[in-house]
Structure formats: structure tokens, C-alpha cells
Design a protein around this ligand. Structure first.
Ligand SMILES: *[C@@H]1O[C@H](CO)[C@@H](O)[C@H](O)[C@H]1NC(C)=O
Ligand SMILES: *[C@@H]1O[C@H](CO)[C@@H](O)[C@H](O)[C@H]1NC(C)=O
Length: 346
């Protein structure tokens, strides 16, 4: 006990010294919503337990992100074979399983084991890149409305319930180190796959401050483009697969969207308002240059640093590493385990 309090005092003084000596501006570049993220993450790593049901038949997921997540989960230390100690339950099923078969599968879980009925599926989660469709069957309704659905970012509209569902960040394997010469040359980088509005493209090609191109010639050029631009433009609904790379290479994402974007990866963890600029399309035509210049002047460098710090969460590894995409999805599930779970004696 004495040892504990000495340690505690030491840690506390250390924290105090660090807190006092660190200039406020550095503290502000944390990409996290909560100051206790890293501490909670460590608790998650030590305590989180997931019970995986046996699928009704062997299957493979169709997207790379789902397959990698599932394979990694199965081999991880999060898995428990003792359902009694599980915090959450994973329901694996084939993406092409008919809703009728899915209903039967959930029906069997309900009757064979006591776990589904305890919270009507609320402490269960499943993978569905495209999102689960609607059905009137009770089993499917509970799965869709109560269980946590993990979709792929960007999620299909109508198939995603923001307060409980999550998205997997897109998979990118960009082995490129930061380019040596990171002189900022462009206010904005515009890639045709990400911005398709013809009027916006027509306007931006006229400005020398914007780099507008169809495809970068290769990955090295792409990395250079991102590092030499202050902002990277994305129209929500088009190709957003390189948002993690934009963050990593210091190109602040500008998300052009006419509705709230609520399916961003890690919304419970990252301070997206500090990582990206959100603009309605009506503010873009004619005003974009002005808005971006002002944003850069007020908080550009800070956003860029937060983005670089956040980008480690967008890295997928064959073998998971601390704070990478897989572990951050697990962390988000851990954060939601109480929100979704009905009260139960612990
Ligand atoms: C799943 O994929 C593996 C590896 O590609 C393959 O060997 C296996 O037959 C597939 N299983 C099914 C049920 O399609
Ligand atoms: C970096 O690139 C810019 C733009 O191409 C160029 O003007 C500058 O001289 C380069 N700096 C170095 C150190 O190579």
C-alpha cells in the first residue's frame, strides 16, 4: 500500500511537472476526444473479451477489410472460449446469407444459448460492409436495431445507425516514407476520383494554387502531392479511401458534404472537427479559396499535426500492432460495450 502511494505521488508529480512545462499549444494537438484515451486503451487491451459464435456454415467475407478484421480477431488474445466472461459476442455470417437463413441462425442462438436474450442482441456485434437490409422478422430486427454493425467507410446511406454502428477504415498499404522535400506548394490537392462535381473542377483548374489531376503517375508522386498540399479535397460519397494517407502525409482533409457525416472511422475516439474541414457544397463554389486560406491561417498547422498523430489509427497490419486500425476498432467496441448493454449484475 505504501509502495502504491509513493508510486502514485511520483506519477502525480511527474504529471504535474509535464503539464506545467508543456506549452498549451502542444497539448492542443492531441487528436483524441478524451484525455484518457491512451489509459483506457491499455485497460481495453488487458480486459476486453469477445466470444465468437460458430458460423452456421464455412464462409469468407467478400471485402479485404472484413476478411482482415475477422482473421485478426480470431487470432487475437481478445477471444475467450468462456462466454461467461465475454464483454461482447461476435456473430459471424456469410455476406450472401439470405435474410431468412440469417433469421434462422439468430433464432438458434437465441434458443440454444442464454446470451442473446439477456440484452436482445445489444451486446453482440457483426461485420457487414454494405450494411444489413431491413426485414420484419424479429431476429433480424433485433440484430439490425440492437447489435453493433461494423460497416466499411463510407457506409451505405440507410443501412447505418450512427449511435451504435461503426466503420472500418479503408485498407491502404502505403509503404512510402514521408518525402524528403515537403515544401508546401499547393493550397489544395484535387483528385478526379474524389471530386467529381464538374463545376467545382472547372473552377479549380483555373487556380495555380490547386493541383488538379486524374491520377498521380505513381505512389511516390502521390505521397509528394499530399505532402506538398495544405488541404486534400473529398466529396463525400466519392472515393474517400485515401483519407488515412492524407492525414499521414499532412494534407488536411476537406470533406464536402450536404448532410452530416456520421460514419467516419473512430468517431468516438478522434476529434474529427480538429482533423478535417467540413463544408457544404454551397460554400465551396467561389468561396473555397477564401475559406481554406482562413482555415489555414487560424489552425492549419495544428490540424496538420493532429492529423499526423491520428494517422497511426488508419494503418492496417497483417499482424496487429498497438493503436493500429484493428486495435482501434476493438477500442471503439470496448467504449460502446456499456452503451449497448442492458443493466446486468456484474
Ligand atoms: C475461403 O477462402 C479460402 C482461401 O482463399 C479458401 O481456401 C476457402 O475454400 C474459402 N472458403 C469458402 C467457404 O469459400
Ligand atoms: C523542394 O521543392 C520545391 C518545389 O519543387 C523547390 O522549389 C525547392 O528548391 C526544393 N527544396 C529542396 C531543399 O530541394
Amino acid at each position: 500500500m505504501a509502495c502504491f502511494s509513493v508510486l502514485f505521488c511520483l506519477l502525480f508529480s511527474l504529471f504535474f511537472i509535464i503539464a506545467q512545462s508543456k506549452p498549451a499549444i502542444l497539448l492542443n494537438t492531441s487528436p483524441y476526444l478524451s484525455p484518457t484515451t491512451i489509459l483506457n486503451y491499455q485497460k481495453m487491451v488487458q480486459n476486453f473479451k469477445v466470444f465468437i459464435y460458430k458460423p452456421n456454415k464455412p464462409f469468407n467475407y467478400t471485402t479485404q477489410a472484413e476478411s482482415l478484421f475477422y482473421a485478426t480477431l480470431q487470432n487475437s488474445h481478445f477471444v475467450t472460449h468462456n462466454a461467461e466472461e465475454a464483454n461482447l459476442f461476435f456473430v459471424p455470417f456469410s455476406p450472401d446469407l439470405s435474410l431468412r437463413s440469417l433469421a434462422r441462425f439468430i433464432g438458434n442462438l437465441r434458443t440454444d444459448l442464454p446470451y442473446w436474450n439477456r440484452a436482445l442482441g445489444a451486446d453482440h456485434f457483426f461485420l457487414s460492409c454494405d450494411g444489413l437490409g431491413h426485414d420484419s422478422n424479429r431476429n433480424v430486427v433485433e440484430l439490425k436495431k440492437n447489435s453493433v454493425q461494423i460497416s466499411c467507410f463510407p457506409a451505405a446511406g440507410g443501412y447505418f445507425i450512427p449511435h451504435k454502428d461503426l466503420t472500418l477504415p479503408p485498407i491502404v498499404y502505403n509503404p512510402h516514407a514521408l518525402p524528403e522535400n515537403r515544401t508546401v506548394r499547393f493550397l489544395g490537392y484535387v483528385r478526379h476520383k474524389a471530386v467529381t462535381s464538374p463545376s467545382l473542377i472547372d473552377e479549380l483548374v483555373n487556380y495555380r494554387e490547386f493541383c488538379v489531376e486524374t491520377e498521380p503517375s505513381d505512389e511516390t508522386t502521390f505521397a509528394e502531392r499530399l505532402s506538398s498540399s495544405k488541404f486534400c479535397l473529398f466529396e463525400y460519397g466519392n472515393d474517400v479511401s485515401w483519407i488515412g494517407e492524407a492525414l499521414r502525409f499532412g494534407c488536411v482533409p476537406v470533406m464536402i458534404a450536404d448532410r452530416p457525416v456520421n460514419d467516419l472511422p473512430f468517431v468516438d475516439v478522434l476529434r474529427w472537427q480538429e482533423l478535417a474541414v467540413f463544408l457544404r457544397s454551397e460554400r465551396v463554389l467561389g468561396e473555397l479559396k477564401h475559406v481554406l486560406h482562413n482555415t489555414w491561417r487560424d489552425r492549419g498547422e495544428r490540424m496538420k499535426r493532429s492529423g499526423a498523430a491520428a494517422s497511426k489509427h488508419f494503418v492496417w497490419n497483417e499482424k496487429p500492432e498497438p493503436l493500429d486500425s484493428f486495435n482501434t476498432v476493438m477500442y471503439q467496441l470496448w467504449l460502446r460495450r456499456h452503451t449497448v448493454r442492458y443493466a446486468r449484475a456484474e
